[in-house]
Write a protein that binds this ligand. Structure first.
Ligand code: SAH
Length: 347
């Protein structure tokens, strides 16, 4: 039975499901989920492209950031952890950029947090010495630097829609003709708000437990987490659930398991939960600000001087990473740290 057929059967038996449960099934179903079976990142025949796939400069600067923060931690032996490493390109660039930093490679062990078997395979080809874990809490204890690019946007979200008579939860049900369809719950006993009818509020259900895992780790031993993703600080009341297939937006309800399904990240909530957990929070900064503060312009100049034939391509990549009309403003960067460390670079 296809994922769609199984979802229809499940809903007929149990009633409509939350958008979060639908998203989790589409992404992680072991048999047909997108990440479990057919993730396609980067390149012409991919479904979507990410910053490390767009330019080597992205991972190189994150590598230099890691070297700086390792120095600030006092150069301990540490786990270099990546959440959702995709094809392993970011870590490959991080390791290349830190090759000449004395002691960095000898002190670090790379740990990938990844649930997708096909992606683990690709990561192993690019970073053969890596270890894998399914969750952050399964990574070896001790000091750590943790990075995650486009990881938070995979966390399933619940969606709430403001009606004339209050808030309703958006649900996935089955229409009379047997197709999956979005619908609304009855009005919920939620507090009143100023939102206009039609406004949508979204809550990533797994965020609390992820912050809790980070908090435990960073209280047990010093470390930092750098999270980069598309998202907002002030919610706009918009529906940000998005399905991408072959670089095009498709209807999230039409393609269960066949498309990448994501939502914008609520960075204000990430910051609030982390601060409540006693972590130090820096940012969110925009990706453009962060990369500029780390010296992306100089990096681009140096690479162009060394390789004049690549100068034009590098300039295009720089524009793509930093310009507000490309990835520079929509993408945000936030750093969560163990208490009592000096401020991290880039903010
Ligand atoms: N960071 C990469 C890939 C982003 S796509 C890049 O920038 O190119 C999201 C990644 O997170 C994929 O590797 C996906 O398999 C992984 N992932 C998504 N949800 C996950 C989860 N709950 N646990 C572990 N890995 C997850």
């Amino acid at each position: 039975m296809s994922l769609r057929e199984r979802l229809v059967e499940y809903i007929r038996e149990n009633g409509p499901m939350t958008v979060a449960d639908y998203m989790a099934a589409c992404l992680y179903d072991p048999q047909d989920g997108y990440y479990a079976t057919r993730p396609a990142i980067g390149g012409a025949d991919a479904d979507f492209i990410t910053a490390p796939e767009a330019s080597q400069m992205f991972g190189e600067l994150i590598g230099l950031w890691c070297a700086h923060e390792w120095d600030q931690l006092g150069k301990p032996a540490f786990s270099l952890i990546e959440l959702g490493p995709g094809r392993g390109v970011l870590m490959q660039d991080v390791l290349r950029a830190t090759r000449r930093i004395e002691g960095f490679h000898d002190s670090s062990s790379v740990v990938f947090i990844e649930m997708s078997a096909p992606l683990r395979e690709e990561q192993g080809q690019r970073v053969p010495d890596a270890e894998w874990a399914l969750r952050l809490e399964d990574a070896p204890p001790g000091p750590s630097l943790i990075v995650g690019n486009e990881f938070l946007d995979c966390l399933p979200i619940r969606q709430f829609v403001r009606g004339e008579d209050g808030w309703h939860e958006k649900l996935v049900g089955v229409a009379e003709d047997g197709r999956l369809t979005f619908g609304l719950s009855a009005a919920l006993p939620a507090p009143d708000s100023d939102d206009e009818p039609g406004a949508v509020r979204e809550i990533a259900t797994g965020l609390e437990s992820l912050i809790y895992e980070i908090e435990r780790r960073l209280h047990d031993a010093p470390g930092r987490v750098l999270l980069i993703d598309y998202g907002y600080v002030e919610p706009e009341g918009a529906d940000t659930l998005q399905a991408l297939k072959s670089h095009a937006k498709v209807d999230p309800i039409e393609t269960p398991g066949e498309a990448d399904l994501t939502a914008h990240v609520d960075f204000a909530r990430v910051a609030r939960l982390a601060a409540q957990a006693g972590l130090d929070v820096h940012g969110p900064a925009t990706q453009g600000q962060f990369l500029r503060a780390l010296g992306v312009d100089l990096r681009c100049e140096a690479l162009s001087r060394a390789n004049p034939t690549h100068a034009e391509r590098l300039a295009r990549e720089l524009h793509r990473l930093t310009s507000p009309d490309q990835m520079g403003a929509l993408f945000k960067v936030i750093c969560l740290s163990s208490p009592n460390l000096p401020p991290p670079a880039g903010f």
